[in-house]
Design a protein around this ligand. Structure first.
Ligand SMILES: Cc1cc2nc3c(=O)[nH]c(=O)nc-3n(C[C@H](O)[C@H](O)[C@H](O)COP(=O)(O)O)c2cc1C
Length: 324
């Protein structure tokens, strides 16, 4: 560290390790970071894009928003209030978010309390226990999403039935889409180091119909166990009032705030995003949710009945492209 550097190496490690633990589609971790004094830029790493499943870059921006939220939480623990600028530099469109750290004080109340949940949170694709989530907790998660500018809508049973049909259509399309299949083969299954979704994190195969996305659908994953899944999952749709790159980044921050809040109540989540990857099916989900808002993420939530493996992360050093 030079005498002029604002953060120590340990502090940079804390910030970027937190950021790396954000969720991202297929665990591509589509981010890199530049640090200039008290300013941290979150950049899109185009080498980690998913051209088949995420042609428009919506999912990767949701991941970048989630990473930025984790950065804010870690900064709050270190005592920094943060302010944000979305896509701050027209000359550098790869800079998705710029985070400004204010002068250090005591840990920032509220945000810093979520720090311990960052490494506990992971996507849980197994069956849920038959214990319903209390209505106050559902409300709390909606408030968490709302405070980042998004909306979380819990679906009733008739909406869930309609969604299940749309998901089925998406699953069938996925199975016959060679490009998506190859992309999944590149990122999913087996043992993984640093990125991708290892077989151990896929969870068991459902016996019978279940509201879960099997990321390995279409290719063999040996030794996979089977399990009976809950018959009525708690399903929510995270929406934004508008549809542009800023909305996607905000959706990512809202997603991560609600997921960390859920983790603090021992509630786990998995993604049912397959219909949102097809424009016509996304419109159908929009109709089911009954809102003008734009669906960005579909979540299945509950208390996990088992445990499943975690997806690996790269070392924070590998995500830092500039620091002075
Ligand atoms: C925008 C977005 C979309 C995702 N879509 C899916 C999905 O459809 N199915 C799924 O099983 N996981 C999905 N995931 C979860 C990622 O696979 C997961 O975050 C990644 O593997 C890292 O693992 P972790 O969440 O356990 O840390 C999605 C994550 C994000 C951020």
């Amino acid at each position: 560290m030079s005498a002029t550097q604002y953060l120590t190496e340990d502090e940079v490690g804390i910030l970027l390790t937190a950021a790396s633990h954000a969720p991202s589609m297929h665990n591509t971790q589509p981010w890199k970071f530049e640090i200039h004094g008290p300013v941290i830029d979150v950049l899109r790493d185009s080498e980690r894009a998913l051209p088949a499943a995420d042609r428009g870059g919506r999912m990767s921006r949701i991941g970048l928003g989630a990473a930025a939220f984790n950065l804010r939480v870690a900064a709050a623990l270190l005592g920094h209030e943060t302010t944000l600028a979305l896509e701050p530099d027209p000359a550098r469109p790869d800079v998705a978010l710029r985070i400004f750290l204010a002068a250090r004080n005591v840990p920032v109340p509220g945000l810093s309390s979520l720090y311990g949940e960052i490494t506990r949170r992971h996507t849980y694709r197994g069956p849920m226990a038959g214990v319903p989530m209390p209505p106050e907790l559902r409300h709390k998660l909606a408030v968490a999403a709302g405070s980042e500018g998004a909306e979380l809508d819990w679906l009733d049973s008739s909406q869930r039935t309609r969604l299940a049909h749309i998901i089925q259509t998406a699953d069938e399309r996925d199975l016959h889409d060679e490009d998506r299949l190859h992309e999944r083969l590149r990122w999913i299954g087996d043992r993984r180091e640093g990125d991708g979704v290892p077989g151990a994190a896929l969870g068991p195969l459902p016996q019978g119909p279940a509201m879960v996305r099997d990321l390995a659908a279409g290719f063999d994953t040996p030794d996979r166990e089977h399990a009976i899944f809950e018959s009525t999952a708690a399903v929510a749709v995270l929406c934004t009032p508008s549809e542009d790159t800023h909305a996607w980044l905000r959706a990512g921050m809202a997603l991560q705030r609600l997921l960390l809040t859920a983790t603090s109540h021992d509630v786990a989540a998995s993604f049912l995003n397959q219909p949102l990857e097809y424009a016509d099916l996304r419109d159908e989900v929009r109709t089911v949710a009954g809102r003008q808002a734009w669906p960005q993420v579909i979540l299945r939530c509950g208390y996990p009945a088992h445990s499943t493996g975690h997806a690996p992360r790269r070392h924070w050093n590998d995500t830092l492209s500039e620091w002075h």
